[in-house]
Design a protein around this ligand. Structure first.
Ligand SMILES: Nc1nc2c(ncn2[C@@H]2O[C@H](COP(=O)(O)OP(=O)(O)O)[C@@H](O)[C@H]2O)c(=O)[nH]1
Ligand SMILES: [Mg+2]
Ligand SMILES: [Zn+2]
Length: 342
């Protein structure tokens, strides 16, 4: 295996002093399948790494192996990482995927389509450092459901200006080749979205192979197959793709700045509210209220803001104070721009 073909670059080479480099292709209950120049090896994590509070390997990570290639001794600094707040635990980051270039946010054009969820994934993407592309799958069902495809695309595009939105159907191969066109050889993409939106089907179709099980009821009727492990695949054309299992809960692990970047329309308006601490909840002189921002979008923004302020406060009470000051500064800098006269 040639390391450049699976994403190796000077960014990682510069961090390597000794040892054998490899990329984590899958993770399962403390075992890690790692791709190295000499092939695929099944590894665990060294006791030292296990005890230390440094990075824990995630799929997509570049790691350093012990000479016998049996144990991971170090995780190299990441170019990007997709994280969420670990469910149930108070404040722990869970890295879902590392070193991804493109994040495909998948939504089904059936009952799954939910703009609020897409907004949440977009904030996650903003924090990750990967470029988001929204995929509206199951476009073959749009007609049946009385959806106008062009309308839904336009509506989705308005959620985040500049983010590309593609409608496709994995079932009928419609627009599927728009995906490989997003990536260069050696670049890595990940598919994220609720269970059942078609992530595994998309991966299988692009692979030309049924390598990832899809959510169909099995022949022996034992129940549904769902993807439980994260795994990296080398795609025809030389890019890499990772299927992330459907997440029941997507609690954000991001900063209030990521949120502000994702909702710059609302942040810009907030700078013109009469009260500096306007909650945009019907106060007099509220510019957000006056501008007819879609109420559900505003509510989602405020909900995520609360979530992130809470997260930052828990992580570091002192930092939280700075964050509030920073937040005020963001809105103030907008405020200092001359108001439009009309
Ligand atoms: N009609 C339609 N069904 C699809 C499409 N893509 C996937 N499906 C179906 O949706 C179900 C869930 O797909 P799966 O790939 O397992 O979803 P995942 O949970 O996101 O990995 C399966 O029954 C697929 O056959 C599509 O483009 N159109
Ligand atoms: Mg799946
Ligand atoms: Zn306001």
């Amino acid at each position: 295996m040639n390391l450049e073909q699976i994403g190796w670059s000077s960014f990682f080479a510069d961090q390597l002093a000794v040892g054998l480099p490899g990329r984590v292709a899958s993770a399962n209950h403390g075992r890690f399948l790692v791709w190295t120049e000499a092939g695929e090896v099944d590894t665990s994590v060294s006791g030292l790494l296990r005890r230390s509070a440094t990075l824990w390997p995630a799929v997509g990570d570049w790691v350093v192996l012990r000479d016998d290639a049996a144990v991971i001794v170090k995780v190299l600094e990441r170019k990007s990482k997709l994280s969420r707040k670990q469910p149930e635990r108070e404040v722990r980051e869970q890295v879902l995927a590392a070193n991804i270039d493109v994040l495909f946010i998948v939504s089904g054009l059936d009952r799954d389509y939910n703009e609020r969820r897409i907004e949440r994934y977009l904030v996650m993407a903003r924090e990750s450092g990967a470029r988001p592309v929204v995929l509206l799958n199951k476009s073959d069902l749009a007609g049946e459901l009385g959806l106008d495809l062009a309308d839904v695309i336009a509506k989705t595009e308005r959620l985040s200006p500049g983010v590309q939105v593609l409608a496709l159907s994995a079932k009928s191969d419609r627009e599927l080749d728009a995906l490989p066109a997003q990536l260069k050889p050696g670049e890595t993409a990940a598919l994220i979205g609720s269970s059942g939106v078609g992530k595994s089907t998309i991966l299988n179709r692009l692979l030309g192979d049924e390598r990832q099980r899809t959510n169909t009821v099995s022949a022996d009727d034992r129940g549904r197959h769902t993807t439980t492990t994260r795994q990296l695949f080398v795609m025809p054309g030389g890019w890499l793709l990772m299927d992330l299992p459907g997440l029941r809960e997507v609690q954000l692990w991001a900063s209030t700045e990521d949120l502000a970047d994702s909702f710059d329309d609302i942040v810009a308006l907030a700078g013109s509210c009469r009260f500096r601490d306007c909650a945009h909840a019907g106060e007099p002189g509220c510019a957000v209220g006056a501008a007819a921002v879609e109420p559900a979008r505003l509510a989602n923004y405020l909900k995520m803001q609360k979530e992130l302020v809470h997260l930052e406060r828990k992580l570091d009470p002192r930092l939280a104070k700075e964050t509030r000051a920073k937040w005020k500064a963001i809105e103030k800098s907008v405020r200092s721009h001359p108001k439009r006269e009309d």
